[in-house]
Design a protein around this ligand. Structure first.
Ligand code: MF3
Ligand code: CO
Ligand code: CO
Length: 252
């Protein structure tokens, strides 16, 4: 199939996506209490890998286009794709996005949350809360018969009304027994534009919302994407399935 062919999943496949998605949520629940000052992002990675193997699953990021670790850990000005490291120690007041994608029985569950390390600054707290609300509003905009642009429009309208900006360079994506496929799901855009949303589509919505400029720069390691102005960025991600009547969140 071509790269822009949107796969519609059968109910049998959606059941497999449900299991993989639930595992992603359980993994984030498992990691949440480990997020505290003094912990390295490599320790979080190693805990995630160990837990994932114990469930009979695999970590999709490991080796994906050469990505060297099992999860992405993105602290403060890091937008996404931060690489866990023993040298990266969480500090009081940091925000950290942990993005996990277990593969179970061949199907992928992709989810991320942004956590507070200790007590956040007022601006960090607001950014994270607004970003979580952006994901919620994006999901609510998914309607069978609607358009992909409805999702980004809802997210952008809310994020910008709160004084924040929406990252353009990274988007949500179709997901099934492959990690990334069509359609692309921008987190900005215009209501009524883009491809039609149909029952059986399964994709992620994963808004990255910045305190300052939306512009991103990728570091020398080829992965770590940071804000161009060094200000904070937050992200939340769910994998969702479009149903006959609405939407089912698979990563709860
Ligand atoms: N989980 C990320 C996403 O939401 C992708 C990570 S790709 C990696 O699409 F190679 F960086 F792990
Ligand atoms: Co992800
Ligand atoms: Co994703």
């Amino acid at each position: 199939m071509g790269n822009d062919t949107i796969t519609l999943l059968s109910s049998r496949e959606i059941e497999k996506m449900r299991r993989a998605g639930r595992l992603a949520a359980e993994l984030l629940d498992y990691l949440a209490p480990l997020v505290r000052p003094g912990v390295s992002t490599l320790e979080l990675n190693d805990e995630a890998e160990r837990w994932t193997q114990k469930q009979g699953a695999k970590s999709a990021p490991l080796g994906y286009h050469g990505f060297p670790k099992s999860i992405c850990t993105s602290i403060n000005e890091v937008i996404c794709h931060g690489i866990p490291s023993a040298h990266q120690i969480l500090r009081e007041g940091d925000i950290i996005n942990i993005d996990v994608t277990p593969i179970l029985d061949g199907y992928y569950g992709d989810s991320s949350r942004t956590f507070f390390v200790g007590t956040p600054s007022p601006i960090a707290k607001k950014l994270v809360e607004v970003t979580e609300e952006c994901l919620k509003r994006g999901i609510e905009a998914v309607k069978p018969g609607g358009k992909i642009g409805d999702i980004g429009a809802a997210i952008q309208e809310y994020a910008e009304s709160e004084g924040f900006s929406v990252v353009r360079d990274f988007v949500g994506h179709g997901i099934s027994n492959v990690f990334h496929s069509a359609p692309q799901i921008p987190h900005y855009g215009i209501k009524g534009k883009g491809k039609r949303i149909r029952p059986g589509m399964v994709f992620t919505i994963e808004p990255m919302i910045n305190q300052g400029t939306w512009e991103a720069v990728v570091l020398e390691d080829g992965w770590t994407a940071v804000t161009k102005d060094g200000k904070l960025s937050a992200q939340f991600e769910h994998t969702i399935a479009v149903t006959e009547t609405g939407v089912e969140i698979l990563t709860l």
